[in-house]
Write a new protein. Structure first.
Length: 366
């Protein structure tokens, strides 16, 4: 079996590691190859830090047998997320991972380099424009990023943000073993510790706040000297994750939702799992696509719920964020209200990537 992955950003790397790990362990096929098509000059990979959830740590550490003290992706501990200025009950509160789990922060371009240099994959330096015409493989994961998508195949997700400013301080904060999520008048800012630096990302809505005002607030509030990059984005998901005869949309080619609660890498893993079930005939294509859309909608719903708590700022952004349509499904209501009468499932206390204890944390402290 040959699997081709187009792109070596976070989505491409997670997909490569996932299929390498489980094809090796499950022995569902006699032999396999994984090709990674990588064009580094086309879309440079981010150098700012990124947070994850525990399942991502399990995947990366199991493949590379790495540890916290000697690893090539500059990983640091992540015990949870410290919310600052959110809600109206506490100035700060902590959203932890369970006591028996740990996550991490890492630097995306270093993960990419580690995967490409691991020797587990065939790395092909080539720009791919039409994957099914240019690639000979049984399955193709298209991880080329949001700029290459056909917008007619996508639905918008509801979210108050559409822009981010990125910056760094080249100093290590050894006491920071969590992600800081700091409310600002115009949105919120992530603060992520790396091995030798701290990354900052200022999220805002460009229809409410000008870039100039965002830069002024960002640099003064966090004592920053410069902006590394600025991006505008949409929140969206594909109508169908399966396109053509053998292609799976992955990463930002499949969907994107802003980074509150570190959703991205968990969603990449969900695409891997749903694609696996379809590829090996465990579930139908329609079932897997519907399941993936449900996971994306659950992420949309959970984040909208957090914004409804507001922040310490009474500003146009926060008034707008609290006013967005919020229509939780019965599963959300059952978990939030401790009532499971409406459905029976093995994962009855899981919603998207969130366990019931996450609901309890926000209800109690936010």
């Amino acid at each position: 079996m040959k699997i081709a992955i187009v792109g070596a950003g976070n989505a491409g790397c997670i997909t490569a590691l996932h299929y390498h790990k489980y094809l090796r362990e499950d022995k569902i096929v006699d032999d396999y190859e994984i090709d990674i098509y990588h064009s580094p000059d086309q879309h440079p990979i981010e150098k700012v830090g990124q947070g994850t959830i525990p399942t991502v740590v399990n995947l990366i550490s199991s493949v590379f047998e790495s540890n916290w003290y000697h690893n090539s992706i500059d990983s640091t501990f992540k015990s949870g997320i410290l919310y600052e200025g959110w809600g109206n009950k506490n100035d700060k509160f902590f959203h932890p991972f369970p006591m028996d789990k740990m996550s991490m922060h890492f630097v995306p371009n270093k993960l990419s380099r580690t995967v490409l240099e691991s020797g587990y994959f065939n790395v092909i330096d080539k720009t791919i424009k039409e994957p099914e015409k240019e690639i000979d493989a049984d399955v193709i994961f298209d991880c080329r990023g949001r700029h290459n998508r056909d917008k007619s195949n996508y639905d918008k997700l509801i979210n108050p943000l559409d822009s981010v400013l990125l910056s760094k301080k080249y100093e290590r904060d050894v006491d920071l073993i969590y992600t800081r999520c700091v409310a600002t008048p115009n949105g919120w800012t992530f603060v992520i510790p790396n091995k030798d630096s701290v990354s900052y990302g200022y999220l805002y809505n460009s229809e409410i706040t000008t870039r100039e005002d965002a830069v002024d607030d960002f640099t003064s509030r966090f004592d920053l000297d410069y902006i590394i990059d600025s991006l505008k984005f949409e929140n969206y998901m594909a109508k169908n994750m399966f396109v053509g005869e053998r292609t799976v949309l992955q990463g930002n080619m499949y969907g994107f939702i802003e980074p509150l609660e570190a959703t991205s890498l968990g969603l990449y893993q969900s695409v891997c799992r749903q694609a696996w079930d379809c590829i090996f005939g465990i579930r139908s294509e329609d079932y897997c696509n519907s399941k993936m859309r449900t996971i994306m909608k659950e992420a949309e719903t959970f984040l909208l719920w957090l914004y409804r708590y507001g922040s310490k700022f009474d500003t146009p952004f926060w008034n707008y964020a609290k006013s967005l349509p919020f229509n939780p499904d019965f599963r959300f209501n059952d978990i939030c209200n401790d009532s499971y009468a409406n459905y029976k499932t093995v994962n009855k206390d899981i919603y998207g990537q969130w366990h019931k204890y996450s609901f309890d944390v926000f209800k109690k402290y936010c």
